[in-house]
Design a binder for this molecule. Structure first.
Ligand SMILES: [Zn+2]
Length: 384
């Protein structure tokens, strides 16, 4: 007599039973529920593959597990006529191959979603030619300029470009051509599209109190381009179909990309990298990095007043501002010799530059010949 577990094949319930080998049958004795006889000729046996594994017997949908290590030999001895019913090494191997193939297929599908697609996206983002990134970035920038009003006031545009040029020179060599657009919109926001297209919202420009603060924002955004964060993020976020379409030269999904771009978030790791590398870029360009920190302090106040909202907000997508300030201050303290002493654009009254793209009454540009002319309040009832 051996102890065994019996499954009737109709429910998952397990029944502890005793089994007994008889000349032509296996007797299953259920506690208080009678006796079942399995004719040996109707039993399919699966021998244990390793020590400690129960021998499994089947008859139709009924199953029996017999854990006792001496049962297989006894069973084999009792049913030599039905030895062919045993899982022979050959069929067992075949079953193993099937099981292996199914497991491999499932594994392939899971890893395709979890690993291969992100890996392919990373790989594609790393090898895609800069010219291609520029095409993608340009279509994103075009989309922004269609949706928003682009500020063309040279008072701001020229100064912003001058800061970008200083940073660009320090960042060389790299394959990108930076192009900054200022769009008239009161949101405190800046973003970097692939290939060097940077978009600064007038709301952010207005919040800067000196050029070094804007330089800090620009250095951060430029690093998102140089480190291909935007490209990688887009590749991660768009569907595989879109990725394939894009990589094979299709352009019909540009609209989808723009939508993806405006809803995506950078990882905290990307943001920290852009901060650190951005700070390094400021120092290399001999621009006072305390501007970057000061701007984050302004942002911290803004956050408290809940003035930050919307897609890709420069702050809400970024790591905790207090944490960033702490990190940046530590980095500046670690390399004090790299800290610049020269001032950016010393001849300018920065407030005029910062407000040059803010909306004025009648939406007229600020008179460039009179940079000190008072600027109308940015919002008037007729604009609301
Ligand atoms: Zn960022």
């Amino acid at each position: 007599m051996w102890q065994a577990q019996y499954y009737n094949g109709l429910t998952a319930a397990r029944l502890d039973v005793m089994v007994k080998l008889r000349p032509d049958s296996l007797q299953i004795i259920k506690k208080d529920q009678g006796v079942v006889n399995w004719p040996l000729g109707e039993i399919t046996a699966h021998a244990a593959h390793h020590a400690g594994e129960a021998m499994r017997l089947e008859r139709g949908r009924e199953k029996l597990n017999v854990p006792s290590p001496d049962f297989p030999a006894a069973f084999k001895a009792a049913s030599p006529a039905h030895a062919s019913k045993f899982g022979t090494p050959k069929t067992r191997k075949k079953n193993l191959i099937y099981a292996g193939a199914i497991t491999a297929l499932a594994g392939l599908l899971v890893s395709l979603y979890l690993w291969i697609i992100p890996f392919a996206a990373d790989y594609a983002a790393a090898i895609v030619p800069p010219a291609w990134e520029a095409r993608l970035g340009s279509s994103i920038a075009d989309d922004f300029s269609e949706r928003f009003q682009v500020c063309e006031n040279p008072l701001a545009v020229d100064r912003v470009n001058a800061i970008v040029s200083s940073l660009d020179a320090a960042a060389q060599p790299h394959p990108y051509k930076f192009k900054v657009s200022i769009i008239k919109f009161p949101m405190v926001n800046a973003l970097a599209a692939p290939g060097g297209y940077i978009i600064v919202f007038s709301g952010l420009l207005e919040k800067t109190e000196r050029p070094e603060e804007l330089a800090g924002v620009l250095a951060h955004e430029m690093q998102h381009v140089l480190k291909r964060h935007a490209t990688r993020s887009i590749f991660h976020n768009i569907s595989t179909y879109m990725l394939v379409t894009l990589l094979t030269g299709g352009s019909s999904s540009a609209g989808g990309i723009v939508n993806t771009f405006t809803s995506m978030r950078y990882s905290q790791a990307n943001e920290t990298e852009a901060d650190d590398a951005g700070l390094g870029l400021l120092q290399k360009a001999a621009i006072d990095p305390s501007g970057m920190v000061d701007f984050f302090k302004t942002m911290e106040k803004e956050e408290k007043h809940k003035n930050i909202s919307g897609i890709l907000s420069y702050v809400s997508t970024h790591p905790e501002t207090a944490e960033r300030i702490q990190r940046l201050n530590a980095a500046i303290a670690a390399h004090p010799s790299a800290t610049a002493t020269k001032f950016l654009l010393p001849d300018m009254k920065w407030k005029d530059v910062a407000t040059a793209c803010s909306e004025v009454k009648g939406d007229k540009p600020v008179d460039n010949e009179m940079p000190n002319a008072p600027v109308e309040p940015e919002k008037t009832p007729e604009h609301e």
